[in-house]
Design a protein around this ligand. Structure first.
Ligand code: ZN
Length: 102
C-alpha cells in the first residue's frame, strides 16, 4: 500500500508519529512511485516554505494569500499524484479536507 499525500506532507515536515515516520521513510525510499511523488511534493512545499520566509508577525490573511497563490500548483501536483496512486480511496477525501481554502 502506497503512502498517501497527507503522510507525505507530514513526512516532509517531520511531523509523523515515530512509527509512521519509519514506515513512510522506508516506503518512500524503496517505492519508486512514492519516491517520485514525494520529490514532486517536496518541490512544491519547498517553494511554499521559501515564499513563507516571512516575519514572525504574519499579517492577517497571510495564510489565505499563500494558499490562494499555491493552491493551483498544489492541485496540479495532487492530480499528478492521483494519476500514479489512483487506487487510493483516500486521495479525494484528502484533497477535500486538507487542501481546501478556508
Ligand atoms: Zn508506494
Amino acid at each position: 500500500m502506497h503512502v498517501n499525500e497527507d503522510d507525505l506532507v507530514l513526512h516532509y515536515y517531520g511531523e509523523l508519529a515515530p512509527g509512521d515516520e519509519t514506515r513512510v521513510a522506508a516506503h518512500v525510499r524503496d517505492c519508486r512511485e512514492c519516491h517520485a511523488a514525494f520529490r514532486r511534493l517536496q518541490q512544491v512545499l519547498t517553494s511554499i516554505d521559501e515564499s513563507a520566509l516571512a516575519p514572525p508577525d504574519l499579517p492577517d490573511g497571510f495564510e489565505r494569500v499563500v494558499w490562494a497563490r499555491l493552491q493551483p500548483e498544489l492541485q496540479r501536483t495532487l492530480r499528478n499524484l492521483s494519476d500514479t496512486t489512483s487506487s487510493h480511496p483516500v486521495s479525494d477525501a484528502a484533497q477535500c479536507t486538507k487542501f481546501t481554502v478556508h
